[in-house]
Design a protein around this ligand. Sequence first.
Ligand code: PLP
Length: 363
Amino acid sequence: MSRFWSQAVHGLTPYVPGEQPRIAGLIKLNTNECPYAPSLRVLQAIRDAAGEDLRLYPDPEATQLREAIAAHHGLKPDQVFVGNGSDEVLAHAFMALFRQDKPLLMPDIGYSFYPVYAQLYGIQTRSVPLDAQLRLRVQDLLDAGANGGIVLANPNAPTGIALPLEDIEHLLRGNPDSAVLVDEAYVDFGAQSAAELIERHPQLLVVRTLSKARALAGLRVGYALGQAELIEGLVRVKDSFNSYPLDRLALAGAVAAMQDDTWFAHTRSRIVASREQLAGQLGELGFEVLPSSANFVFARHARHDAAGLAAALRERRILVRHFRRPERIAQFLRISIGTEAQCEALVQALRGIVQAAGAGLGE
Ligand SMILES: *Cc1c(COP(=O)(O)O)cnc(C)c1O
């Protein structure tokens, strides 16, 4: 606290990212990073870019990268916006689209950065509860009254549950007059992208990241897809904030990542296979596992407190994510999908914890 802070800073409640501790031998399943190394083509492209050109500013328009992303999605480069991680893309989108007279709608359980941006930009919000199965019903959003925009993650975070494309389309048809942001950070692990709806829906902005399915959380690259007029709004914010959000190394690596379809297909199917196996094993241990279309599972145990389980795993050097709030999800653990060996170690550890406690209870 400093008396030199502006009034606005006193009122902020910042986002708290998952821990990045330095513990030897740690199995880190708490922030949904990819457990596998990025494509070798990405690493080579970054090495090639690490030369004397670093004295020069990068391309402020990131033309080559926007071309590569547009080609991947069958869109035009002016329908692509890039930023320093999708978190930055989201921030600019909130500023560009959601500062309206009417409230921004969002599910009551979702990515916890959304309320933080809303607070930063003075955007009024209204949250729409997920149903008893922690599913989002888009009709509930449509019934929530007049809005200045809608934001949701698909698949949702931290539940991992995906909406089918028909639901997104239903939402767009029923809500033509304010921007709809669909955050697709996890879409590549089993959900359908709304990118194909962009042509017909000028209010749709799809946000994606290279952090999860491209194994590049450390490079900080995210992007948005939408009709050119919508994208132009984000560019105006970006050029009023930082003309060069992506450095030369990030640009080079991201272009190579978008072009390596082989690595991408292989890695994501490996993670999806591990997820399905892990979900089955957790079920056998007495967990209820929500149906996940993401690179994590969200699970609770009928007889074991989530905070206690997270602490017991931590003693065994396995880190998972536990959210104390909202209350409704306080008994769940969010567990990122690790390598096959890491998943196996997790199951072993949980078996030990659950069975030891069961023996203690005389079960
Ligand atoms: C991880 C995540 C992001 C942020 O990704 P970065 O590109 O690393 O900033 C955005 N939205 C959701 C739902 C996420 O889980």
